[in-house]
Write a new protein. Sequence first.
Length: 384
Amino acid sequence: MLVAEVNILREFRHPHIVRYYDRIIEKEKTKIYIVMEYCPGGDLAAYIKKCRREKRRIDEAVIWKVFLQTSLALHDCHSRKEGTVLHRDLKPANIFLDANHNVKLGDFGLARVLGSDSLFARTHVGTPYYMSPEQISKKSYNEKSDVWALGCILYEMACLQVPFEAANEAQLATKIKAGRIHKIPSSYSDSIARIIYSMIQVDMTKRPQIMDLLRLPQSSSRLATLPTYSEVQHKLPSNITVQVAAAVAAAKQPAAPVAAPVAKPAPVAANVTREAAPTKPSAPAHDDKLSQRKAELDQREAQVRLREKAVEKREAECIRREQAINARPTVPAFNADKENATVVNEKKHADDNAPAKPLQPLQNIYDRREKLLARLLNHRIGNE
């Protein structure tokens, strides 16, 4: 696996993929050491864990940055001339951060190269929490499995929890195949929410490719703001770079001057007093209402999540009881014929073992029968 990772890493020259420098082989100890780029910012998993511990939401700008830079790295993997490189183990622990908190995609130990002859992979590896439905079902998959994993990572950054949780791997597989997830908090924009939901689609054909995600207007307007965009610009298709240039030009274009309103003459005061018109609420009051409404929605979402967790707990208890019932030893069904045959055999054996009784002579029975017939005949003759 290390040799495969070395062979893949040394081909990459991308600002958002961990740089490979050299390898050292010890033949006597059969060990290999890889000299790679150092990432002082740690990994994304530690960053999410810290925010979860501090109960602090991750800023949306950080989510956009991780999304765009990881997408640029995956685009370089999926569009190589030698063949599509599937990462297959995309998770927060494999997304590293440099000193400026730029993304560095690493750990290609489970990666695989798809040639022109094979459009789908069939080996099933990776971390279960981020595995796509086709992987968890042991079906053929392609680069859209990496898109699913990236969607799960962005969801975890927004909600500070993985989209699919379960007590065991069987229940986790059932939830992943169903694809039902909670909504992300309302404090995030609809743009990032729609992107995340589009990536976590059970049907692989409905999932977008990395190119489709980078081509979105929301992505084009933010790509130019990345500090590393100039380094990756030549690796992108021309239609994306044109979109980015158009977005930058539109942002630099000065806004059209607004004509000053013409002052109208003041109306002549009438002798009749009129009721004062209701004043519109001020901007701060309006903002307070919006924030209050958002707080209520967040509270309702928290209550719904608690209820769903209680339901999941009950389902797990029912499954546990059902498994316990199935594990009990089964009682064999009652077979009347078999039981009767057994009783007859037992009685027969008992009769065989009992001492033989003297049989009554048959002659006595015949004599009694003759006497009864004679009496009956005499009775009839007397009556006549």
